[in-house]
Structures are given as C-alpha cells and as structure tokens.
Design a protein around this ligand. Structure first.
Ligand code: ADP
Ligand code: MG
Length: 702
C-alpha cells in the first residue's frame, strides 16, 4: 500500500533507538561490553566471601572477616587524626571499627545499640581487634549462598548494576562449544569443563569453593577459560600467517657482482658471524614470493644497520626500491648519513641515489625527493614517518625496513604495506629492535613473526662500566667529564624533562646545560631536546657527530640508535625515573668504539626517603647485567608485557586472563592446537576467534 499523508511521522522503534544511553550503559560501552558474549567474558577481578558470619573468638588476624554484633561504644577522636571509632560486640569478643573518612550519616547508622554487620580485614594490636574502614550494613538479612564476584569496572558503573548486566549477558550469550573435544582432552582435567559451565562457575562460584583457588586462577574453571583465550590468540595469529602466505611479494635475488657484493667489499670491517647468519636468513625470505615479516633483534651496538643495508642492496639489485624508516628525525638522519656514505658511491654510476624524506624538510627538497621516489631514481629512501604519508608514491617498493619497530604503531605499518604499487602484492617487511621480545611473549603475541637474532657484538668493544652515583656527588661527575674531554672523548648528559616542572622538581635540561657550560669553561656544550626546530636539532647533532662539540646535554631524544663512536661517557640524571629498557638504550649510546666507556647513573631518593622498590630493582639490574636479553626479561617481570607491545597494549589485545609466566603449559597447548584446529575445523576456528576477539582480531594481526 502506498504511503499516505495520514501515516504516523515516526515509528516508536525509531524513537526508542534515539533514546540517549544512561550513565551505566555508557560506562558498559566504555568497558567494551557491547555483545552478550563480551558481558559473559567479563570475569571477576576477585571475590568476597559474604556467605558466613564468623565469631570474633574464632577469627584469625589478617583474614577478611564478616561479623555481626551490637554497638557498645562510639566516639570521634581528633588526635592524632580525626577518626571515628565504633566498638562492636558480637557476644564472643569486641572489635573496634575505625574510620578516617566518614559522614554524619555513618555516625547515625553506627549509634550505640545499633546491630550491624561489618566486613573487613581483621587486625590485632595494642588497642585490641580492629577493622579499618569495614563495609557496614544493618545486621540480619539473608546471607548470599555463593562468593560475591567483584568485577573490573569504571566510574559510574556500580557493582550491582554490572553484576546484573553480566549475568543477563551470560544467560543470553551463545556459548555453543567451539573447541573440538579431542583437543580439549589434551588439557584434561580442565578440558572436562564446558565453556558455559566454566563461565557460570566463575561468575557464581559454588558455596564450598575455597577462595584461594579462585584468586590464584589455578582453579580448573579458570584454566579452561585461559585455554580458550590463548587458543583464540594463537588461532588469529596462525590465520594471519596463512593469509600472508597467500599474499604475493616480489622475488628478490642479489645480482652477481651487484651492490650486495660491492658493499661487502667496501665495508671497513668484516661482518660478525651473527650478522652473516642473519643476513642469510633475510636473503632466503626475500627470495620467496611471499612477503617477509621478520623481526631482527639485536642488542644496542650489535650492528643492525649494516644488515639492513645489505638487505636493501638485494632489493635494489633485483630492480626494486627500499624504504628505511626510523621513529625520530635524529635517528633517521644518522641512518641517512651512514647509508648514503656506504651506498651513494655505488649507486651513482647506475644513475641512482639515496633519498632523504622527513616532515621538517624544505618544500623544494621534499618535491625533489618525492619525484625521485616516484621515478624510481631513489633506490633507497630513508626518513621518518613521512615516508608512509599519502603523497609519497613509490615506483617499485620491494622492501620496507623499520628501525626500532616497537615505537611504530600498528596502523603505520599497515600504511606502509599499502605502499606497494600492485594491490595484490606487498613489500617485504623487516623490523629491527634493540629491545628483544622475551620468549614467552614472542610465543604468544608474536607467533606471526619470524625472528632473527644478532647475539654477538662486533669485536673490539670494551664493555661499558656502569656506576651508580648519588646526586650529591654531582660535582665529581662534572670533573670526570673534564678528564674525558681532555683525552679527546665526548660525553652525553641525559635529563628527564625539558623545562623546570615544579611539580616533579626535575633538573631541567636547560638549567643543566647552563650549569655545565659554566662549570666547563672553554668546552663546547650543546643542548638537544624535542622542542627544538628540526634544523637546530640537526645542527646540534652534526656538531656532536663531527666532534666539534664535547658535551651534549639532552633529553631522551637520543635514546634510540644514535651512533657517535667517540662518545665514551654517558651521564643519566635522575636515573631512578627511567624505565629499564630506556636506561639500557641510553647506555648503549656509549661503548660503540674501542675506547673504554662508562655510564654514570645519577640517582636521587625522594626527600628524606628511600628509592622505591621498582626503581632500586631497575638500577640494580643495570649494574648487574649489560645483556639486552636479560634486561628485557627483568623488565617484563617489573612492568608486565604492555610496554613491549607498544600500541598493542591499548588495543586491549593483551591477554586478559592468561599470564605469560604462569601459563606456559597452556600456551604450549594452544600453539599445538591452533594449526590443527584451523586445518580440521576451520569454521569452528573462525567462530572461536570471533567470540573471543571480535573486531580486535584484525588489529592483532597487523
Ligand atoms: P645497532 O644494532 O645498535 O643499530 P649499529 O648498526 O648502529 O648498531 O652499529 C654500531 C656500530 O658498529 C656502528 O658504528 C657500525 O658501523 C659498527 N659495526 C657494525 N658491524 C660491525 C662489524 N661487524 N665490525 C665492526 N664494526 C661494526
Ligand atoms: Mg640502530
């Protein structure tokens, strides 16, 4: 029937759809709890046992207890701090409820004679038994039969609302099994639980379940769930690997008598065994018609750049272009200087060149670079992120090298892949990092990545001596700078912040620069920080690289990759404020030549106090080892895996339930099960990935 003027203006459904979300609904969205399955998989952070009332006489100190009794005394003290003290008697003993923050309504609620139920950690002491800030409600009322789940939440989303939403989601969610029983049986006895059973149990554990089994996540229901989660992660990575195997990339072979051979002959040093081995691994990948996806990891100073240069030679020999990107302009320009020095003389006779491309470049220079890239005359392009911008068009991009890849976002890497002129092909990808990925992390989060390792430093290096020096001895350190410079050496001095920040009370780079310049008359002392215009940064770096500048005061902009072999002393101010990997990176700026080098970690404990536990662990690690792998392992233990994953951490892609250290056995299982499941039950595998990762799956694969 055709529509008439009498038709109602809008359907009720449409009105309902436009209704704004309530605050808790918005909060649910914020937590990513959109689908029923998201709610069902939103598992408790911990549990509280509200099922029992315990008599004070039977309770043990240090335990969380729930008691019921009558208020026999109440008072508000003002010394040493304002506090409310309420004495509760339960017939077996008395206990003081102590509150430092309280409202008038609470004074009323806990008046003498009131019967209360209180929950908190029981402490003993001179003043007798105490509960500090217990949860309090009126006595009586039914006790819950199961442990009370406490969910991870955000502001505006109260536990009871969230609990209801989760249970409703769990009831509605489609939880038909996806993992085939034969695979599950391999992880018995956990495999005997089905998914709905496990989830129901974890949301509402049965009354007799020991709290400890739930808290430490070793309960079979937890194990079952972690197995599912790890399997989803492995499946998505294996799938990515399969997808990549179907992609096409140019087959790149080094030419006889070509650039590769000639660069090797021209280098002023012999490759280390590790460099040769890794070079061969890369060459094998490049010769395949599938895109390489390889991480080259090697400690600072291991000599990754020359490996990249040799890979670039293979691509150029085969008639393709290579792009090399670094996260900062300084680092990129160092790469450019080095690669141009090595390759320009070899490329020039062929009418080719090394091009330089960054954001801060002059218009004309940029236009020339773009033209050379588009015509293919620029055989190698070195730069920052500018290289993957939209306007940059490559004639034939065959290989992309990304230095310090953990600083590059996943999105940027995707952009780079799209630079290939033929949409069905993508360039080979080589990522380089001085921050090695710990093994468990590589197995779980980087299953889709091939890893090459430079485990040998070039010969002739003297190890860097690391010293921990209290900030009070700053003057001695400055004297030491003078001695180094007198021997013709150069010095880095790294400060944590750019400008005086009152809140943090950090020595600013600017102030330190002025101080050192005054203390070291006659020496060229330069200043480098991220707010300098690019041209100034470049000028400072050039002066330091060329040896015209003795001391470089800098913020962490020099953290990665900068290579000035004549620098032999690194001073890091407020070392206690840096992360472990960052300290290791900074230390790696010295010890790059044959001269004996030192790294001085200046530290300062907060006023009147001691350094925090983590800060001490980090400094201790720096003293004890200079092995990047050991550093990475300790860093993982100190900080958790987030830092290693860069952008992946924000993508909620980290494992929510499984733990890389605790669950190595389950990770092994998932690694074995994933390829089998993809082969034998592809549809189930797909469902499993969607259930667990939803839209995040694409992100994880990048
Ligand atoms: P990183 O792995 O930290 O990027 P670089 O590539 O910057 O290390 O190399 C550090 C220094 O060692 C550079 O000056 C480089 O030219 C030099 N180098 C690299 N390989 C060798 C080698 N096999 N023998 C001697 N020096 C080398
Ligand atoms: Mg490097």
């Amino acid at each position: 029937m055709p529509a008439t003027a009498q038709d109602p203006p809008a359907t009720p459904e449409k009105k309902a759809a436009a209704k704004p979300l309530s605050a808790p609904q918005k909060a649910l969205r914020k937590l990513g709890l959109v689908r029923d399955i998201d709610l069902a998989l939103h598992l408790p952070l911990r549990y509280e046992d509200e099922t029992r009332i315990i008599r004070l006489r039977d309770a043990r100190q240090g335990e969380v207890v729930q008691i019921e009794g009558e208020v026999t005394h109440q008072e508000v003290l003002y010394h040493p701090r304002r506090q409310l003290l309420v004495t509760l008697h339960d017939g077996s003993d008395a206990c003081v409820l102590r509150f430092f923050n309280f409202y008038p309504s609470q004074i009323k609620q806990m008046a003498v004679g009131a019967r209360l139920r209180a929950r908190g950690e029981l402490r003993g002491g001179l003043a007798g038994l105490t509960l500090l800030h217990p949860a309090v409600r009126a006595a009586g009322g039914a006790l819950p039969e199961a442990l009370t789940p406490i969910y991870p939440t955000v502001a505006g989303l109260p536990q009871p609302y969230l609990r209801k939403a989760v249970l409703a989601g769990l009831a509605r969610a489609d939880l038909t099994p996806t993992v085939p029983p034969p695979l599950l049986h391999e992880i018995s006895p956990h495999g005997r639980w089905d998914l709905r059973e496990a989830l129901t149990f974890l949301h509402q554990p049965t009354p007799a379940t020991p709290l400890a089994d739930l808290q430490n996540r070793r309960h079979p229901a937890w194990q079952r769930l972690k197995a599912e989660e790890l399997l989803a992660q492995q499946l998505s990575q294996w799938q990515a690997r399969d997808e990549r195997a179907r992609l096409r990339a140019p087959v790149l072979h080094a030419a006889r008598g070509g650039l590769h051979e000639r660069l090797l002959a021209a280098l002023p040093f012999q490759l280390t065994g590790a460099q040769r081995r890794v070079g061969e691994e890369i060459a094998r990948d490049l010769a395949r018609p599938q895109p390489m996806h390889r991480l080259l990891q090697g400690d600072v100073g291991a000599g990754k750049t020359v490996v990249a240069a040799l890979a670039a030679c293979i691509a150029i020999d085969a008639g393709w272009q290579c792009a090399l990107m670094a996260p900062t302009e300084i680092l990129a320009s160092q790469h450019f200087a080095k690669l141009a020095a090595w390759l320009s003389p070899l490329l020039a006779p062929r009418g080719q060149a090394v091009a330089w491309l960054t954001g801060g470049q002059k218009k004309k220079a940029r236009a020339e670079a773009l033209a050379a890239i588009e015509s293919g005359q620029a055989a190698l392009v070195v730069g920052t992120h500018a290289v993957i911008q939209q306007q940059v068009r490559f004639a034939r991009l065959g290989l992309a090298v990304i230095d310090e890849q953990h600083r590059f976002g996943v999105r940027q890497r995707l952009h780079l892949r799209q630079k290939h002129p033929d949409a069905r092909q993508e360039p080979h990808l080589l990522m380089m990092s001085a921050t090695p990925i710990p093994r468990t992390l590589a197995m779980s989060h980087y299953a889709d990545l091939d890893v090459s390792t430079l485990d040998e430093l070039p010969p002739g290096r003297t190890p860097v001596v690391t010293k921990l020096v209290a900030a009070q001895r700053r003057a001695e350190v400055i004297e030491r700078i003078r001695a180094q410079v007198a021997q013709g050496r150069q010095v880095y001095w790294v400060c944590p912040l750019i400008e005086e920040s009152e809140a943090l009370d950090l020595q600013s780079a600017t102030a330190t620069h002025a101080e050192l310049a005054a203390a070291l008359p006659g020496l060229a002392v330069g200043l480098l920080h991220s707010r300098l215009p690019p041209a100034d940064k470049q000028a400072v770096m050039d002066a330091f690289s060329a040896g015209r500048m003795a001391v470089l005061v800098s913020t962490t902009v020099i953290e990665v990759g900068v290579d000035v072999p004549n620098a032999s002393l690194m001073v890091i101010e407020h070392a206690e404020r840096f992360g472990l990997s960052q300290l290791h990176q900074l230390r790696g700026r010295v010890g790059r030549g044959a001269a004996a080098s030192a790294c001085v970690l200046l530290y300062e404990a907060p006023e009147g106090g001691r350094l925090g536990e983590t800060a001490r662990e980090r400094l201790k690690a720096m003293l004890e080892t200079s092995d990047g792998f050991e550093i990475a392992r300790r860093d993982l233990a100190l900080r958790g895996p987030g830092e290693f994953l860069g952008e992946r951490q924000s993508g909620a892609a980290l494992l929510r339930f499984a733990d890389l250290n605790e669950d190595a056995a389950l990770i092994d299982w998932a690694r074995r099960a994933a390829p089998r499941m993809l082969r034998e039950h592809p549809a189930l595998a797909q469902r499993h990935i969607e259930r667990w990762l939803g839209r995040r799956a694409d992100f994880l694969k990048a």
